[in-house]
Design a protein around this ligand. Structure first.
Ligand code: AMP
Length: 141
């Protein structure tokens, strides 16, 4: 993975990318990875991350960002198909001051109305349900 100097190599998502921590994977290609959020703000909450060492949106080259957004499109489409939802919140936090808790660029895809979202990074979800949702979503990817 490419590197910039201020990036923390030991953040949780860097460890997931290196295979040092598990995740409920839903999609992977050469440039991006998608997996389930384990503290979901709604049922089916997924994350898409680039395979590039960027903390925020400002540190990723445009071509890598474009590829990551293509994965965001794929995952959102799969969520709509498999979960039968029409609305998906796309959220992305930049820096601690914005509430970012994991310092590796990521996009939240939350298939629920904004008004109904649970707290951010607040409560662990039901792992069996998350695993089942990952299998469901990944089947169309
Ligand atoms: P942010 O605050 O925007 O950086 O979001 C980080 C997200 O990562 C939160 O929604 C957490 O619930 C989620 N998260 C933290 N650790 C893990 C993990 N090991 N696997 C999946 N999601 C995680």
């Amino acid at each position: 993975m490419s590197q910039n100097n201020s990036y923390d190599n030991n953040n949780v998502f860097a460890k997931i990318l290196r295979g040092e921590l598990p995740c409920f994977k839903i999609y992977e290609d050469d440039y991006s990875l998608a997996f389930m959020d384990i503290m979901p703000q709604a049922k089916g909450h997924a994350l898409v991350i680039p395979k590039f060492a960027a903390e925020t949106l400002l540190e990723i080259p445009a071509d890598m960002l474009a590829h990551t957004m293509t994965t965001v499109q794929k995952v959102m489409s799969a969520q709509k198909t498999t979960l039968g939802v029409e609305g998906v919140v796309l959220m992305q936090l930049n820096g601690k001051d914005a509430g970012q808790t994991v310092p590796h660029l990521h996009f939240h895809l939350i298939p629920e109305h904004l008004a109904n979202l649970k707290g951010h990074s607040a409560e662990k979800g039901d792992m069996e349900q998350i695993k089942a949702l990952a299998e469901q979503i990944s089947q169309v990817l």
